[in-house]
Write a protein that binds this ligand. Structure first.
Ligand SMILES: C[S@@+](CC[C@H](N)C(=O)[O-])C[C@H]1O[C@@H](n2cnc3c(N)ncnc32)[C@H](O)[C@@H]1O
Length: 253
């Protein structure tokens, strides 16, 4: 990564890995209370549909254990608990304040016994190999600089034949749509964020991190290099979000 030249944050490409991690922690500690509202509002409610679609693609083949990495306020973990009543779920994030919101919702929906929250780092998952049937990460991989390492960790903790699900925003390459989306990400979204959030810089970061995320083909290649097979991509809402699914090989890979 390039070194930052000035004091002010300009782009995810201009900061070191350590600065990036620090900034991600700060952002998610300060937007906690408004996170769910802004998520639904800024995506016009599509985020709910995207997580539901992700859950619908899951297969629990052995132990019915699901790990939700970078769980945030636990919306995907809750969706999985709702759809698969036999599952047990670990929801992991390195920002405790985000998980506190998730814990509160999980309690409200009566999932406290099935969803356990754990503070931890996606780059060093605190589980032994072959612990989960499915591991998922929704809108989290973009915030992790060492994506290959996070994917290798997710693969390590999966059972053989287990599934890795990555739901992530995408910057469409189609020129007309790209122009409109650029306008939304760089002008409308920061404008709305200024009105609703105490931390509008978080939404500058959101736009910036989406624009700099690898293309679907590049990301699928990163998954392949991490050892996943049968990699699928599902393009959602005109390609602004993608669900990537990879399998851990039956022989462990
Ligand atoms: C955009 S939120 C996504 C939350 C949730 N999965 C969702 O669907 O809304 C990203 C989350 O990733 C977490 N995160 C980023 N890097 C992480 C890491 N290395 N380990 C654990 N959590 C991380 C942040 O703390 C934040 O809660």
């Amino acid at each position: 990564m390039k070194k930052r030249t000035g004091k002010r944050y300009e782009s995810v490409t201009d900061i070191t890995q350590t600065e990036h991690i620090k900034m991600v922690k700060e952002i998610f500690t300060t937007i906690t209370e408004k996170y769910d509202f802004l998520n639904h509002f800024l995506s016009f409610g599509r985020d709910i549909v995207w997580r539901r679609f992700t859950a619908s693609k899951m297969n629990f083949i052995q132990n019915r254990r699901y790990l939700d990495v970078a769980t945030g306020t636990a919306d995907l973990a809750i969706e999985v608990a709702r759809k698969y009543p036999q599952t047990n779920i670990i929801a992991l994030d390195f920002v405790r304040d985000m998980m506190n919101v998730g814990r509160h919702k999980s309690h409200k929906y009566d999932f406290s016994k099935r969803i356990k929250f754990l503070q931890g780092d996606a780059l060093k998952l605190p589980f032994s190999d072959y612990s989960f049937d499915v591991v998922g990460i929704a809108f989290g991989i973009r915030n992790i600089t060492d994506r290959a390492r996070a994917l290798r960790e997710m693969k390590r903790v999966l059972v053989n034949g287990g599934q890795c699900m990555v739901l992530e925003m995408n910057f469409p390459r189609n020129s007309l749509f790209r122009g409109m989306y650029n306008l939304y990400l760089n002008h409308i979204l920061p404008y709305l964020a200024r009105h609703f959030s105490q931390n509008p810089a978080a939404y500058h970061y959101l736009a910036d991190s989406i624009i700099h995320f690898p293309s679907p083909a590049e990301f699928m290649n990163i998954m392949k290099e991490a050892g996943f097979t049968n990699i699928e991509r599902h393009s959602l809402t005109m390609g602004i979000t993608c669900l990537y699914i990879g399998s851990k090989p039956d022989n462990g890979g």
